[in-house]
Structures are given as structure tokens and as C-alpha cells.
Write a protein that binds this ligand. Structure first.
Ligand code: ZN
Length: 169
């Protein structure tokens, strides 16, 4: 089921998510909904807080559903390694219409559980490393604008406030 994506400013996006205890049928339904919502958007990643659920789960698929086998589901993920540096443009389904250049490590290795509760280690470089770190940020209550400094951040925040006042956010 496609769920609505919450936007910057909603509390659930700005607070740390809780670890998943048991992987119940409800968690499986939640994961299926996250995948449906990500593909419908369309997007290449989605974290549970983005559909209003403060749990440590994210889904990533750089092909946005076009290539089978690219979909990754990670529950209670933690970083094992982060190294290097990349500077690229980044956006977020919770901030539609906004992009900014964000500095991220070039490589990231994570460990977590898959949807069946099996421990998995995933490694990404380039865009995949960026996607992992973007979604990990969501689980910490951080969105990409929080990583910007100075005028770049101010411009986006000011535009969002303006849209909110106009009832368009
Ligand atoms: Zn995002």
C-alpha cells in the first residue's frame, strides 16, 4: 500500500527512530508499504520515519524498481566503516523540489538485518554509499538540509517556511 510521505517540519523526521524488536507480520507489511511508496514516488531510498513510523528500517533501490535484485531492506542498521569523500547533488522525498550539494564519505559499509531477520553486511560506493548515508541520517532524525551550512541552508529553510505559510507544504 502506498502511504503518504511526511515532509520536512514533521516531528517524526527530526527525532531518532527506535530499533525494531521482533520482526512481526506488521513489520513485513510496513516494509512492503515502504517499497510501494518508494517506487510510486519514484525514489531510490526511503526510511520508515518518512511515512511517519519512528523505526530503524530503510529501503534502497538505485534502479527505482527497474532492475530486480537491486532492492535492499535493512533493519536496525549500523555503520561498520565510512571512508573517503564525495561531493554531489542530493535531494529527498521529504523535501520535494529542493536539492543541494552535500559532502558525504565515498564508501560506506553497514550491517543490519534483512526482512527475514538474517544478519547482512552491505557495502556501497558512489551513489549507493550516498543513499545509505542519507537513509541512516533519517534514522537519526537528520535530513540533508541539516548538513548544509550558511546561506545554502537558509535559502531552503526560508522557502519552506514561505510554502508552509501559503499552505503549500
Ligand atoms: Zn530523504
Amino acid at each position: 500500500m502506498i502511504r503518504s510521505i511526511v515532509r520536512y517540519g514533521e516531528h517524526v523526521l527530526h527525532e531518532p527512530a527506535s530499533p525494531v524488536g521482533e520482526i512481526t507480520p506488521d513489520i513485513h507489511t510496513l516494509i512492503d508499504d515502504m517499497i510501494d511508496t518508494m517506487y510510486a514516488a519514484p525514489g531510490v531510498g526511503l526510511a520508515a520515519p518518512q511515512i511517519g513510523v519512528p523505526l530503524q528500517i530503510f529501503v534502497v533501490d538505485l534502479s527505482a524498481g527497474r532492475a530486480s535484485g537491486d532492492l535492499m531492506v535493512l533493519i536496525n542498521p549500523t555503520f561498520i566503516a565510512r571512508e573517503g569523500m564525495q561531493t554531489e547533488d542530493e535531494g529527498c522525498l521529504s523535501l520535494p523540489g529542493f536539492n543541494a550539494t552535500v559532502v558525504r564519505p565515498a564508501r560506506a559499509v553497514l550491517t543490519g538485518l534483512d526482512r527475514d531477520g538474517r544478519e547482512r553486511t552491505v557495502e556501497g560506493t558512489g551513489l549507493l554509499a550516498r543513499a545509505f548515508q542519507h537513509e541512516m541520517d533519517h534514522l537519526d532524525g537528520t535530513v540533508f538540509v541539516d548538513r548544509l551550512r550558511g546561506i545554502a541552508r537558509e535559502i531552503i529553510i526560508r522557502k519552506i517556511h514561505k510554502l508552509r505559510r501559503a499552505g503549500k507544504w
